[in-house]
Design a protein around this ligand. Structure first.
Ligand code: 3HC
Ligand code: NAI
Length: 706
């Protein structure tokens, strides 16, 4: 038996088998230390005459999470991964990859370069590089098609989705029924190797292009152009895989390498890699640490079974957590529960749930009109009307009936959680849990900490979010918190541009070309223009200095043009259709309002002006939020925008986009339009102090912390 010192990869020889065990927690990212360990292990095994076979495996529940993404920003990277794989594949003794858990990206590429692969039936593997704006760059686009069929290889590489190993019979030489059998099965497999089948190099398999394969490429290309509109990497993935069918293996690798670098050097790759870490960093908050106690959440209550209450309840039922829903009247309760059932039944019709699952989830939901039934719950989420007096009454009642230690949360979109907390004798247990609509679908959860919220409550809610499959971001109290506060300037500028002579379709086009799933006018029509109308009515102190604020939108609502639900809003809609149809009447209203308010209409509003005024003012508000400490880091804002508002992930979120454009440019353009727009510009387009400071220092939002 021989052992070698490498912390990242353990080396051990027993009964003629050298085992290279990756042990680099948490995910065996293929850092330089792991790559060196693999090369050293292979070399030692080849030099040792007592070794007949080599096993590459992992001591962790994962085989490997792929290349170390944190190394992508540079440093000494030798040996590079392709070099390691070359060494493995060209080994003159059989190399067997044994996967005790998932293999992703470079991790799967390591396995593909081995001569044999063994795993167990419940395992999954994938090539998710496309989600980082790149493509598999260590032979994945050349080796996977040689082992799997073209459709499977393309689908895995272009979508990045993990695939069950049982769907990859060509890739795995042995699939154990259970992970516990992996060791014995590996021994048996090794014993069964003969001289003729011991070394199977994937690179030696030849592929060629034919009509059928070309047909698959054409179909996948057409589908990808639609499904991945705006993304750079997916089409490059297809181009790379094509090389496997048209080029010799070595040339295919070179072709892949060139395309990999072309992807890596794009703003999209930087944005998507930023987002990978941003999403994970959202969970790292300074308000608590490992020693902070966590409360157990086994029973939940929701107050209000309306639009939000119902959706929120479904999240808990989906996670197997029982929910009691409280309403004012039994009819409202029945209506709420019936709607939840209808939603589940619809999922069952689409094959996403079985009828048994529908019933077991419904069985977790109960209704009441009595607060006495809430005495044992661990968490209450209030989702009643957006009125401070109503919320305070609810919280003061909860304070009386709930057990000590119960967390009292509000789903308010705008109201002051500190003030709500004053209705209780336990402000440390009060927190905001701001779900997004539809709450059973949207992944974002803004966790709003009030002045007195305890770190224990914050920690419990952040952890609970994971259980119900939400991405939680911790924010502070202010009107609209982070997401809705930033959407205000976005909507304001869009409406002002309409008043100044732009058309809804021009504004919407600029924003959809930017990558937003829909423009602000289509979004307003979908949400209902009356919602914004009532917000404006309630925020007179904020907007009264601008008599033209929301003028056109107000007129539309007063004419009954409330959006999609009334068939008319900023656009017209055919009955049953969501396709916006431009309406000259809207432009006429804008003209009349402009005349009434003394606003000069212009026909020369450029696309650039629209983007700067709508998007850069949103970013500017993000800077204010950072400056005030409402968000702890700019990446948190990015996570909120990607998950809550459909901001294109290939731009990484608004703050990453701003960093990419350069804060100097953002500041210059914002200042230019502020100056051009006279009094209006002074009112609303004033760059924030933080933006000015960072731009002057040539710094970025990313590196800013308060
Ligand atoms: N590189 C660097 N760090 C990584 C990493 C990677 N490939 N994968 C995960 N991590 C880090 C995370 O940032 C996180 O760090 P933190 O605790 O400090 O926040 C930690 O590992 C744990 O990650 P998760 O919280 O995501 O753990 P999960 O258990 O929920 O998920 C996973 C594990 C499924 C492996 C998930 O982390 C994942 O999807 N990782 C990325 C997989 C990927 O995209 N691989 C391709 C990399 S690119 C490549 O291989 C290029 C090659 O073709 C040349
Ligand atoms: P909704 O009007 O659909 O539902 C409110 C429900 O609360 C109704 O069923 C009503 O009968 C019930 N209710 C009212 N007062 C009550 C009381 N005292 N006790 C028990 N039940 C009571 O409203 P929606 O849209 O669900 O909004 C609820 C809350 O969620 C609001 O605070 C809103 O700002 C917030 N929110 C709404 C979002 C949305 O897109 N609709 C998004 C995020 C938050």
């Amino acid at each position: 038996m021989t052992d070698m010192e490498n912390k990242a990869v353990a080396y051990n020889v027993e009964q003629g088998v050298a085992t290279l065990t990756m042990q680099s927690a948490p995910v065996n990212a293929l850092s330089r230390a792991v790559r060196v360990g693999l090369i050293e292990g292979i070399e030692a095994a080849l030099a040792d005459d007592s070794v007949n076979a080599i096993v590459v495996t992992s001591s962790l529940p994962i085989f490997s999470g792929g290349a170390d993404i944190s190394e992508f920003s540079g440093g000494d990277l030798s040996p590079m991964l392709p070099e390691v794989l070359d060494k493995i594949e060209n080994a003159t003794k059989p190399v067997v990859a044994v996967l005790p858990g998932p293999a992703f990206g470079g991790g799967l590429e390591v396995a593909l370069a081995c001569h044999h692969r063994i795993t167990f039936a419940g395992n999954k593997v994938g090539l998710p590089e496309v989600n980082l704006g790149i493509l598999p760059g260590a032979g994945g686009t050349q080796r996977l098609p040689r082992l799997a069929d073209v459709q499977t290889a393309l689908s895995m590489i272009v979508t990045g989705r993990p695939t069950s190993v049982v769907k990859l019979p060509g890739v795995f030489d042995k699939i154990s029924d259970k992970p516990e059998h992996l060791l014995d099965d590996t021994k048996q497999y090794l014993a069964s190797l003969t001289e003729s089948n011991a070394i199977k190099r994937t690179s030696e398999i030849t592929l060629s292009m034919n009509e059928e394969v070309q047909g698959v490429f054409d179909a996948v290309t057409a589908q990808t152009k639609k499904a991945s509109k705006g993304f750079f990497a997916p089409l490059k993935c297809i181009e790379a895989v094509k090389g496997a069918y048209t080029l010799a293996f070595e040339d295919g690798l070179k072709h892949e390498g060139k395309l990999f670098m072309a992807c890596m050097n794009t703003p999209q790759a930087r944005a998507q890699q930023h987002f990978f870490f941003a999403e994970r960093a959202a969970g790292h908050v300074s308000d608590f640490d490992k020693s902070t106690p966590e409360r157990s959440i086994e029973k939940v209550a929701i107050i209000g079974a309306g639009t939000m209450g119902g959706g929120i309840a479904m999240n808990f039922a989906n996670a197997g957590i029982p929910v009691t829903m409280l309403e004012l009247k039994p009819e409202a309760l029945e209506k709420g529960l019936a709607l939840i059932r209808k939603n589940y039944e619809n999922s069952a019709k689409k094959g996403k749930l079985t009828q048994d699952q529908v019933e077991s989830r419904m069985a977790l939901l109960s209704g009441t009109t009595s607060y006495d039934d809430l005495s044992e719950v661990d968490l209450v989420i209030e989702a009643v009307f957006e009125k401070m007096e109503v919320k305070k009454t609810v919280f003061s009642t909860l304070d009386k009936v709930c057990k000590p230690g119960a967390i009292l949360a509000s789903n308010t979109s705008t109201l002051d959680i500190d003030e709500i907390a004053t209705a209780t004798s336990r402000p440390e247990d009060v927190i905001g849990l701001h779900f997004f609509s539809p709450a059973n679908v949207m992944k974002l959860l803004e966790v709003v900490k009030a002045d007195k919220t305890s770190s224990e409550v914050i920690k419990t809610c952040m952890k609970m979010a994971k259980r119900i499959k939400k991405v939680a971001v911790l924010v502070g109290v202010c009107f609209g918190f982070v997401g809705n506060r930033m959407i205000e300037p976005y909507g304001r500028e869009a409406n002002r541009l309409l008043l100044e002579g732009a058309t809804p379709e021009q504004v919407d086009r600029v924003l959809t070309e930017f990558g937003m799933p829909m423009g602000p006018f289509t979004m307003g029509d979908m949400a209902g223009l009356d919602i914004g109308y009532y917000v404006r009515q309630s925020r007179q102190e904020y907007i009264s200095h601008d008599p033209a604020y929301g003028a056109v939108a107000d007129r539309l609502v007063e004419m009954g043009r409330n959006g999609l639900k009334t068939g008319r809003g900023a656009y017209n809609y055919e009955p049953g259709s969501r396709v916006p149809i431009p309406d000259p009447e809207v432009l006429e209203i804008a003209k009349q309002e402009a005349n009434r308010l003394g606003v000069k209409q212009r026909s020369d509003i450029s696309d650039e002006e629209i983007l700067v005024r709508v998007m850069y003012t949103l970013i500017n508000e993000g800077a204010c939020i950072l400056e005030e400490g409402i968000a702890a880091k700019s990446s948190d804002i990015d996570v909120i925008y990607v998950y809550g508002y459909g901001f294109p992930v290939y731009r990484g979120g608004p703050m990453q986009y701003a960093d990419e454009v350069g804060l100097g440019t953002i500041l210059d353009k914002l200042t230019t339009y502020r100056d051009q727009l006279g009094d209006y510009g002074k009112m609303w387009l004033q760059p924030s102090e933080l933006l000015i400071k960072l731009a002057q220092e040539n710094a970025s939002f990313k590196n800013y912390s308060k």
